[in-house]
Design a protein around this ligand. Structure first.
Ligand SMILES: [Zn+2]
Ligand SMILES: [Zn+2]
Length: 186
């Protein structure tokens, strides 16, 4: 007989949603020791490093109005403030038209440059991580539990966990991996 498995009750968790943790443990960008990130500030207790992460100032894109002349008869077609590719252009003089280009060019999303997480490891090729001790405890309790009482919301931390964490088959191995993460805590 195996040991009796604990119960995980989502409603009892102090933090149920990501973004609810007030700090994240990260690698100090200077000494690689354990540092704390709160919002955009990283503070290291070992080397006294403090830095505000650079936030790109939002650049308002102001496009000057563009005057379009008909390429056929050189008549005035219109003035646009928006991206011209998205407008249908039509010349009333000669019936010249140009259909809008509906697809915008693909732009790769910018990766936020943040320090590496302190509590992070790989588990069978997947990223296993926790923001801080509280998040780690959440995962430990979730993984250890034989019965998990979760709400119907699909936006909670528990509901968003990947199948390989939810699966009972990985319980023992996951608990070992989480214990290794815990050993990184002071
Ligand atoms: Zn440091
Ligand atoms: Zn024309």
């Amino acid at each position: 007989m195996g040991r009796k498995l604990a119960r995980f009750v989502e409603a009892d968790q102090p933090v149920k949603y990501m973004g609810g943790f007030d700090h994240t443990l990260v690698h100090c960008p200077r000494c690689d020791g354990m540092a704390v990130r709160r919002v955009a500030r990283v503070t290291c207790g070992s080397c006294a490093y403090t830095s505000d992460l650079k936030r790109e100032p939002k650049v308002e894109r102001v496009e000057p109005p563009q005057i379009v002349m008909c390429p056929e008869c050189n008549r005035y077609v219109g003035t646009y403030r928006e991206d011209l590719r998205l407008q249908r252009l039509h010349c009333r003089g000669c019936d010249w038209t140009r259909e809008p280009v509906l697809r915008r060019p693909w732009v790769a999303p910018k990766r936020e440059r943040l320090p590496r997480l302190w509590l992070e490891t790989t588990f069978r090729g997947e990223r296993l991580w926790a923001e801080n001790e509280q998040h780690l405890r959440f995962l430990e309790e979730y993984v250890a539990a034989g019965v998990r009482e979760t709400g119907s919301s699909n936006s909670t931390i528990a509901s968003r966990l990947p199948a390989w964490i939810k699966s009972g088959k990985n319980r023992e191995d996951l608990l070992r991996a989480l214990a290794k993460l815990r050993s990184r805590l002071p």
